[in-house]
Ligand binder design. Structure first.
Ligand code: RIB
Length: 343
């Protein structure tokens, strides 16, 4: 690969002058610039970002560690983060931790070694051993999942309020036989969403049998299996799925079992991933613009990196909203007859 010295030799111009042309750091005559540019083209010379970073002490690169970007929620979040970084001249290195604390720790070390300017982290959930955060020497923004005891800006949705709103949405449509399909109980977002569901059913004086409280894994397959388990004998008339992937799996199980959504079963999800619009029936859900959430997280980080935000960590909790589509409807009079025999 050609170096700046090769360009200088071919152009017959000093190394320093070539450097000024490449970095636009001092005016040079048009004739000199033309010679340098011709040599650059001939040698296919690309300036070294590494050399530039060493001098400038910035790599204009941020690290992004996510649990798993094959969940469209995290793919959309990453997109928002990348868009905001790109607009500001920053590049993003994406790492998937697969919810594995060891993998996450290794990525954090590797990113530090690459001298990232800052980090956005959707952390492996609570089970992860702490400690590694305290070695971070760059600004950190925590997104989606809070981490206790870490001094960092936090950007997330109000998980509990969202689950409460989703469950209220079902109760206000007359449903009494409610189920909840959630992620793993060791995940903080699952526990927060469970709390929202529990509060809404308790306020309404509803009982939810244990078999209608299903702990799953935030995947479509998990939702599908939960759906098959729920749709037996006298099933619930409405389900709160604690993310959209679970909700979509439930829609599939209902279709296979001949249970019509929303006529016989209402399903509401959480997140508002883009795909909700295209499944059939389109999934009613609760959420906020995921892209905007990602952009917000990136902006918090860039403000810290560029010294535009200083002082105590900020907590930015976004209020969710119901996104009404086709998968929820009012309970029917026939459902009402079954209510008493079902529990
Ligand atoms: O990890 C799964 C879930 O956590 C996502 O779907 C999203 O809801 C996030 O908060």
């Amino acid at each position: 690969m050609a170096t700046i010295k090769d360009v200088a030799a071919l152009a017959g111009i000093s190394y320093t002058t070539v450097s000024h042309v490449v970095n636009n750091s001092r005016p040079v005559s048009d004739a000199v610039r033309a010679k340098v540019e011709a040599a650059i083209v001939q040698l296919a010379y690309v300036p070294s970002g590494v050399a530039r970073s060493l001098k400038a002490r910035t790599t204009a690169t941020i690290g992004l560690v996510l649990p798993n970007n094959s969940n469209p929620y995290f793919a959309e979040l990453a997109r928002g983060i990348e868009d905001a970084c790109e607009r500001n001249g920053y590049c993003v290195i994406l790492c998937n931790s697969d919810d594995d604390p060891l993998k996450q720790r290794n990525y954090l070390r590797m990113l530090q070694e690459k001298r990232i300017d800052g980090l956005v982290l959707a952390a492996v959930d609570d089970a992860s051993p702490g400690g590694e955060w305290h070695n971070l020497t760059t600004p950190l923004v925590v997104v989606d999942r809070e981490i206790t005891g870490v001094a960092a800006d936090v950007v997330c949705i109000d998980h509990t309020a969202g689950a409460y709103m989703a469950t209220r949405h079902l109760i206000e449509r007359g449903h009494r036989r409610l189920a909840c399909v959630n992620g793993p109980a060791n995940a903080s977002v699952a526990r927060l969403r469970q709390a929202g569901f529990d509060r809404a059913v308790a306020e309404a004086g509803l009982e939810v049998p244990a078999r209608w409280r299903i702990e799953s894994d935030f995947t479509a397959e998990g939702g599908y299996q939960a759906g098959l388990a729920l749709l037996k004998a006298v099933p619930p008339t409405a389900v709160f799925a604690a993310n959209d992937m679970l909700g979509m799996g439930l829609l599939r199980a209902a279709a296979e079992q001949g249970v019509r959504v929303p006529q016989a079963l209402s399903v509401i999800g959480f997140d508002d991933i883009h795909m909700c619009r295209y499944v059939y029936p389109a999934l009613t859900t609760v959420g906020q613009s995921i892209l905007a959430l990602g952009e917000l997280a990136a902006e918090h980080l860039l403000h810290r990196i560029q010294g535009r935000a200083t002082g105590r960590p900020q907590r930015h909790v976004v209020a969710p909203r119901i996104v009404l589509r086709e998968s929820t409807a009012a309970r029917t009079p026939m459902d009402a007859e079954q209510d008493d025999v079902s529990l």
